[in-house]
Design a protein around this ligand. Structure first.
Ligand SMILES: NC(=O)c1ccc[n+]([C@@H]2O[C@H](COP(=O)([O-])OP(=O)(O)OC[C@H]3O[C@@H](n4cnc5c(N)ncnc54)[C@H](O)[C@@H]3O)[C@@H](O)[C@H]2O)c1
Length: 386
């Protein structure tokens, strides 16, 4: 499928890198409203540019637009793309308000077009293995999940030195103004909703803990940099998701069932370790006496205890960026394009993307929403991914 990219910033380089994993996607060209950035990006990657967004949207060859602009531009760019008859794959969030997200989904449905949003890490090998273990009953009945999206105090790091391969600076100002929850909650919200279905009730708390971000703050101040969100799912599963820019870096997921527990070490690594333990938290292993040995060792080790039976992941030779984002960013657009070509259900349909966006918006800015919050959006179960 022919695609075009709008937004040639930091993350666009990671899409370019991972497009190599998906020869079915052919890039027709790119556009960015900052022409200097667009030129540098295009010459680095040797790709054609469009003189304007309108020119990109008028290109009849382009079937899907990858909207890699800043969150504040997502709605406008995606809407324009849909109104030009293009499918849309948007970076997260789908939009900056539930109403705008609903509007995009309505336009897409009315025109028979697809719209969906990143992250696509539920297509990663670790998420697929974790989902399969849950469906296979390896944990018994799941009752609880703890998901961490702690990014540590990145605002005290040398973020001004962080550049993507083509030289785009890490957009610190936008990241802190949008908020780490809206930026990161989706990574595990997609997993939780893919595993347990739509959330039926949300109780969230959010706060801003640090006013000093080593940058001039925007007029309304920085967005919240900490949130805790409790979610209830239809089947009775309860989850707690924490997002922050304060506590030490931690991107783990623990899922607790009646017969076992499962830990994913790093949700930003498609090939993260996925570990099983028994319900009492003892490591499982096929190697005799290893569980006892680990148990003894752990008495003297501080911190959380993860190791156990390591689930086998399906093989993949996909290229990914290095730490911290070992993710195949282009897998979402590629899987969407494949499903469209084959007339199959989309891996992450519009209703799913809207639901994730609504939950992330509530988590980011809990004080603006009733508590407990009943989500307006929902989705039917996702197709089983192959
Ligand atoms: N930075 C990361 O590590 C990272 C990782 C994963 C996802 N994301 C997501 O990717 C998206 C983009 O983030 P980024 O880090 O690349 O930001 P960025 O600021 O580096 O790049 C965004 C680019 O979009 C362009 N742009 C904005 N509005 C536009 C418009 N209306 N028309 C044309 N161009 C427009 C900007 O000029 C800029 O070059 C965000 O939604 C972010 O949440 C970022």
């Amino acid at each position: 499928m022919k695609i075009a990219i709008v937004g040639c910033g930091y993350v666009a380089d990671y899409y370019m890198l991972t497009l190599r994993n998906h020869p079915d996607l052919a890039l027709a060209g790119v556009y960015d409203r900052r022409s200097e950035r667009m030129k540098v990006f295009a010459s680095f990657h040797k790709v054609p540019v469009y003189p304007s967004l309108a020119a990109l949207l008028e290109d009849p060859e382009v079937e899907m637009v990858l909207n890699l602009t800043n969150p504040g531009s997502h709605y406008d760019v995606s809407k324009a793309a849909l109104e030009s008859g293009k499918h849309v794959y948007s970076e997260k969030p789908l939009a900056m308000s539930v109403e705008d997200g609903e509007d995009l989904v309505r336009i897409a449905h009315a025109r028979g077009l697809a719209i969906t949003a990143a992250p696509c890490s539920i297509l990663g090998e670790a998420a697929l293995a974790a989902g399969q273990a849950i469906r296979d009953g390896r944990l018994g009945q799941v009752r609880l999940a703890y998901a961490e999206m702690e990014d540590s105090m990145v605002f005290r790091e040398h973020f001004r030195d962080w550049h993507s391969p083509s030289g785009a600076p890490w957009p610190a100002h936008d990241e802190f103004a949008v908020g780490c929850t809206l930026e990161h909650a989706g990574y595990y919200l997609t997993w939780l909703c893919a595993f347990f279905g739509p959330a039926t009730e949300v109780t969230a708390f959010s706060a801003r803990l640090f006013d000093e971000k080593n940058l001039p703050s925007p007029p309304g101040g920085w967005a919240g940099d900490f949130s805790v969100t409790c979610l209830r799912f239809g089947g009775g599963v309860v989850a707690r998701l924490t997002c922050g820019l304060a506590a030490p870096r931690d991107r783990s997921l623990h899922v607790v069932g009646t017969e076992g527990t499962m830990t994913v070490t790093d949700g930003w690594n498609y090939r993260s370790g996925v570990w099983l333990r028994d319900a009492e938290g003892r490591p499982r292993s096929r190697i005799p006496k290893l569980p006892q040995a680990i148990g003894r060792l752990e008495r003297y080790l501080p911190g959380r205890h993860w190791l156990g039976e390591r689930l086998a992941l399906r093989p993949s030779a996909a290229i990914t960026p290095g730490f911290p984002s070992r993710m195949d960013f282009s897998r979402g657009p590629a899987a969407t394009a494949r499903a469209l070509k084959q007339g199959r259900d989309l891996p992450m349909p519009a209703d799913f993307a809207l639901h994730i966006t609504e939950l992330a918006l509530v988590a980011q800015d809990a004080g603006r929403f009733p508590s407990p919050y009943k989500p307006r959006s929902s989705f039917s179960s996702l197709p089983l991914l192959d």
